[in-house]
Design a protein around this ligand. Structure first.
Ligand SMILES: *Cc1c(COP(=O)(O)O)cnc(C)c1O
Ligand SMILES: [Zn+2]
Length: 432
């Protein structure tokens, strides 16, 4: 059999409106492929589209009406994503279009005029990671990878194994071996191979980079390594949804959790695209990053006025955010400073208290990452860094059922009694 020429391979690819990869640092362009770093300067590669090439026609690729008549999942934005137009007909988990909850009770308690919680626990595997994996899956199909892989702080592993199961691909995912029980079960129940590594996430990630260079793994699609440019685009859908759900308006200020910093960086990219394409009015907005004090390399750099990030060894209950050497850290610093936001961190005790506050006021049970964002929201307000009169959005990116240990010591039955009125009366009297 004759080998396909490069041109034939390129023709077979279908990335919808995406036309190239381009270096975020120096702008060098590359053909769409399973690459993630610039050969010239080692900068990260990003997806470039027909509509942001220099010679692009002045016609917007999509209108509000077209988006509104699309499916109630992230594919309503497929004209702005590196996926084929027929993606809706392929087996995938169709994540997104999660609730934007108007959080009046929490707003009142905190003294805010307008607060919404973007609740991404409503995704198929109960975290925001289904968004990024759905885009990486299409890239894997394009490149003919039969095995989907990742290094994960927990949520990503479950999102990858579930997406692979639906798509009929093999999965082999890698996690630090000390993760929460629920995340281990989630990552394993969908089949595929789950490998626990004795080490931190950063060590798992380094191991995966080695594996890509070895014949063992060089034909695999690692969603957050060799498919990272595509994966990262999935986070833009959070920006699109928030704006559309607010009535095609960008909020004044938004609080976003920071692990690698990819999500925060791409939410900013999503807002900028909506403005550029005329889908929303141009207006200033402030982006705030949230970390746990036990893993706060970006907030530490922010407060020290540095623009480089010193790696740390994580020690926090917010394990989904426990990346000690965040790849997009410098971009987070840049975006927080450029938009007039900030990066802040909260202690594990504040995380737990904030999980309980959100649950008690809004009926939303967040995982520890949601405790981090709500905790940072409170701290920024107290410090005068957030405007209490501005339209505010806070992200909850995961489900509290995955991190039960964080609150289980305090969230117990009020009483355990025999089924009798007398026993109840005594218990209630004892408790009041
Ligand atoms: C992965 C993750 C994030 C953000 O990750 P980035 O690496 O910064 O994109 C936020 N919340 C949860 C629950 C996650 O699992
Ligand atoms: Zn470059």
């Amino acid at each position: 059999m004759a080998l396909a020429t490069a041109a034939e391979i390129t023709n077979a690819l279908d990335f919808g409106p995406a036309v190239a990869l381009s270096c975020r640092e120096c702008g060098t362009r590359y053909d769409l492929g399973p690459k993630f770093a610039c050969i010239e300067c080692f900068g990260p590669l990003e997806v470039a589209y027909t509509w942001n090439t220099p010679d692009a026609a002045d016609v917007p690729p999509v209108t509000r009406e077209q988006i509104e008549s699309g499916p109630t999942n992230i594919w309503r934005y497929r004209a702005l994503l590196p996926v084929p137009a027929d993606v809706t007909g392929k087996p995938n988990l169709a994540p997104g279009w999660t609730k934007l909850v108007k959080a009046d009770n929490l707003a009142r308690e905190l003294g805010l005029r307008s607060l919404h919680v973007k609740d991404d626990s409503g995704n198929p595997t109960h975290s925001f990671k289904d968004r990024v994996v759905a885009i990486a899956l299409e890239a894997a199909r394009n490149f003919g990878f039969h095995t989907l892989s990742c290094s994960s702080t927990g949520n990503l592993a479950g999102a990858v194994t579930a997406a692979a199961a639906r798509a009929g691909l093999d999965a082999c995912v890698f996690i630090p071996s000390n993760l929460e029980e629920a995340k281990i079960v989630m990552a394993s129940v969908y089949g595929g191979r789950l490998v626990g590594i004795e080490g931190t996430y950063d060590e798992v990630n380094r191991f995966c980079s080695e594996l890509i260079g070895d014949p063992l793994g060089d034909k695999w699609g690692f969603v957050n390594v060799n498919l990272r440019p595509y994966y990262a685009e999935g986070s833009k859908t959070l920006a699109y949804e928030i704006a559309e759900q607010l009535g095609w308006r960008i909020p004044d200020q938004i609080i976003i959790p920071v692990a690698s910093g990819s999500q925060l960086t791409k939410i900013d990219k999503g807002f900028k695209e909506l403005i550029k394409l005329g889908l929303v009015d141009d207006k200033p907005y402030k982006i705030f990053g949230a970390q746990a004090a036990g893993c706060s390399p970006v907030s530490t750099a922010y407060k020290a006025g540095r623009d480089t990030v010193q790696p740390v060894k994580p020690d926090t209950i917010a394990k989904s955010l426990a990346i000690g050497n965040p790849a997009d850290g410098p971009y987070v610093l840049d975006i927080a400073r450029r938009t007039g936001g900030a990066v802040e961190d909260v202690t594990d005790a504040e995380v737990v208290d904030s999980i309980r506050l959100l649950a008690r006021t809004e009926g939303i049970f967040a995982e520890t990452a949601g405790g981090v964002t709500v905790g940072v929201l409170r701290k920024l307000l107290a410090g005068g860094l957030l405007d209490p009169d501005a339209e505010t959005v806070v992200l909850n990116t995961g489900d509290g059922l995955k991190t039960l240990d964080a609150v289980s010591a305090e969230a117990r039955p009020t009483a355990v009694i025999r089924p009798s009125l007398d026993a109840f009366r005594t218990a209630v009297a004892d408790n009041s």
